[in-house]
Design a protein around this ligand. Structure first.
Ligand SMILES: Nc1ncnc2c1ncn2[C@@H]1O[C@H](COP(=O)(O)OP(=O)(O)O)[C@@H](O)[C@H]1O
Ligand SMILES: [Mg+2]
Length: 226
């Protein structure tokens, strides 16, 4: 078995195992709430995803799907940290992409993310991760409670469209430099390439916002071999 899965099993309590395994058996929705990488949410996700995929004999796509989920969570927590940077006045001009990028990048390290995780909890800016199994599909939904601006939404959709034309991430990186990227600027593109590698289309990733208080990122994984 994959070392990551083994590690998650040994770290999490037997009670947690039991609750998740029962929910999977009964096809109930499972949700985790996180404010940053500080809690054991990563191990919980590893365990839950592994058990769902094992049930359907699809452990071979575990690593690809896990990477997609982790990236969506990273984007959600980054969006939260960005909002706090703006609220606290660290980002003085939210309309200046270069200032935003520079300030956001400056907190993308373990200690700062921890600090911003605590602030996010105070402000009730959570990220929720849902696992739903419905009619032979696994739907993983990552929801953060901030809306997407039209500009962000357009940027993200454009990146997804663009990435759908490629098969590898190195080529995307060389041909589409992105000076406004907050991280490497490759997260969404990586998801698209990973989905392609497991024979899924970019349409299996959908992004939306209610324009008021939420952003939804959803990946749909058929649970039977294509
Ligand atoms: N949950 C989210 N909320 C708000 N903006 C987001 C979210 N996810 C992604 N974005 C926007 O989409 C852009 C591209 O995301 P991505 O491809 O992962 O690159 P990166 O995270 O490295 O900047 C981000 O820079 C950010 O502006
Ligand atoms: Mg990203």
């Amino acid at each position: 078995m994959n070392d990551e899965i083994k590690k998650s099993e040994s770290i999490l309590s037997k009670d947690f195992h039991r609750i998740v395994l029962t929910a999977i058996r009964n096809q109930e929705d499972i949700v985790f709430i996180t404010y940053s990488a500080l809690d054991q949410v990563e191990e919980k996700i590893v365990f839950t995803l592994a058990k769902i995929l094992e049930k359907h004999n699809m452990v071979d796509i575990f690593t690809a799907v896990l990477s997609c989920i982790k990236e969506l969570i990273a984007n959600a927590t980054k969006a939260t940290a960005k909002k706090i940077l703006i609220d606290e006045g660290v980002i003085k001009n939210p309309d200046d992409p270069m200032e935003v990028v520079q300030k956001v990048r400056s907190i993308l390290n373990k200690n700062s993310l921890l600090e911003y995780g605590i602030k996010a909890k105070d402000k009730k800016l959570s990220t929720r991760i849902y696992f739903k199994v419905k009619s032979k599909n696994l739907i993983v939904e990552v929801i953060n409670n901030l809306p997407l601006s039209e500009k962000e939404y357009n940027r993200m959709t454009e990146k997804i469209e663009q990435a759908s034309k490629y098969d590898n991430i190195a080529q995307i990186y060389m041909e589409n430099p992105d000076p406004e990227a907050e991280g490497m600027g490759l997260g969404l593109s990586m998801i698209i390439v990973l989905l392609k590698n497991i024979n899924l289309s970019h349409k299996n990733l959908t992004l939306s916002t209610d324009n008021k208080s939420k952003t939804y990122a959803k990946i749909l994984i058929p649970l039977s071999k294509l």
